[in-house]
Design a protein around this ligand. Structure first.
Ligand SMILES: [Zn+2]
Length: 107
């Protein structure tokens, strides 16, 4: 709970109060602040989720390169093939995430 100044009389009032306890002026910032907080939380969650996906994509890429390198002597092995797939999925997954982030299409 934050204390803000009443817009009418400058009395210190709770940001959750509907009216100033001193002059009874409506504290209109209440709804704005709640909306701001909700928007901020939504943005933060979205960013967090995007970071998680980006992390998974990078992890997939690194694991893929690792497998690719480990099984490079035997290119017919499952490990080599899996390595290529992991690296490709990670690489394109990350690219798609970046593009979505730039276009602001990420939900
Ligand atoms: Zn007041």
């Amino acid at each position: 709970m934050a204390l803000i100044n009443c817009p009418a009389c400058n009395n210190r009032v709770s940001s959750r109060a509907e009216y100033c306890s001193n002059c009874k002026a409506p504290i209109s910032s209440k709804n704005d602040e709640a909306t701001d907080r909700a928007n901020e939380r939504t943005r933060w969650n979205r960013r967090k989720r995007q970071q998680n996906y980006a992390f998974l994509a990078i992890l997939s890429f690194v694991v893929g390169i690792g497998l690719f390198w480990k099984f490079r002597e035997d290119q017919t092995s499952l490990g080599f093939e899996a390595g290529i797939w992991f690296a490709a999925v990670g690489f394109f997954g990350y690219a798609v995430l970046r593009i979505m982030g730039i276009l602001n299409k990420f939900k």
